[in-house]
Design a protein around this ligand. Sequence first.
Ligand SMILES: Cc1ncc(C[n+]2csc(CCOP(=O)(O)OP(=O)(O)O)c2C)c(N)n1
Ligand code: SF4
Ligand SMILES: [Mg+2]
Length: 351
Amino acid sequence: MTYLPKPKLHHPELPTNQLGFTRRDYEGAVSTLCAGCGHDSISAAIVHACFELSLPPHRIAKLSGIGCSSKTPTYFLGNSHGFNSVHGRMPSVVTGANLANRDLIYLGVSGDGDSASIGIGQFAHCMRRGVNMVYIVENNGVYGLTKGQFSATADKGAKNRRGVPNNDEPIDMIGMALQLGATFVARGFSGDKVQLVPLIKAALVHRGVAFIDCISPCVAFNNHEGSTKSFDYVREHNETVNFLDVITGREEITADYAPGTVEIVRQHDGSLLKLRKLSDDYDPTDRVAAMHFLQTHSARGEIVTGLLFVDPEADDMHGYLNTAEKPFNDMNDSELCPGSAALEKLNASLR
Ligand SMILES: Cc1ncc(C[n+]2csc(CCOP(=O)(O)OP(=O)(O)O)c2C)c(N)n1
Ligand code: SF4
Ligand SMILES: [Mg+2]
């Protein structure tokens, strides 16, 4: 048996959301990851975010690659669509699914090995194409599933469990996402659910590609002294840029627009991102400034968390390609196959 179902019984007075669902309705099977693994906290944050946004579970599609992180979709959203692809290939599968049906909410979950090594090309093209999705990398700096080899996000000089240092420069996926045109870029920490849940909610209501790099310590292979992805290291070196509240278009908008350290970002769908900034001069809508800020702090060994960049006017792949509104599975035969005259016209336009 590869998974353990959870008992269906729950307390009759559990709070319900606008759809009448409880948190339990957004859970999945019992996790088989190591006790204390950061990935389980991210699963809990995803459950929390989807419950609070009252998302209909049948409208969510969760996709992943291979790794402990990529196993986690089994442990959340048990009533949603799921697809576990091959190693590093989640982005192309989401891209195809999204092209065929734009009506679903796409959630891609991956690891630093899955996305920064074998899948780095896929990751890059997904960012630059603006696939409308939430892309979460559960970043522990190691290949957890295959027993803890350094991954491409491990910091130079970081030590493995036996004290051997990593000699290679790290890939900063946040820096790459910014450079490649992602329209929502954030970093979270699995040990800070208060910050992570609103980041996931904001990513879910964002149109365009929303990337979250979530530091997620591997308690089995990368949580010792000398690691820069351990719980202790991240807590000591965390530099938070802002705290986020998400007010969706569905809710009555009662946000106070107090000037000073609060910034309100209104997105396409009317949702408001209310950002309490820790530094007055941090502007989350300035891509170049975000890149500079990131580089400056990472040179000091600091891990910047929060919403680093958002383009509230972002479009997505469908907008760029001018595709049909209707999902393929809603089209009839003549819409799917418009006949030889239409094909002839198309061919002629390409000659
Ligand atoms: C094509 C292919 N190559 C290698 C592997 C072996 N493999 C399985 S998981 C994994 C790395 C997973 O690391 P990461 O994505 O960081 O996930 P984690 O387990 O750390 O959460 C590797 C190399 C594989 N399954 N398929
Ligand atoms: S090996 Fe590491 S990443 Fe995998 S379940 Fe255990 S703690 Fe989590
Ligand atoms: Mg990993």
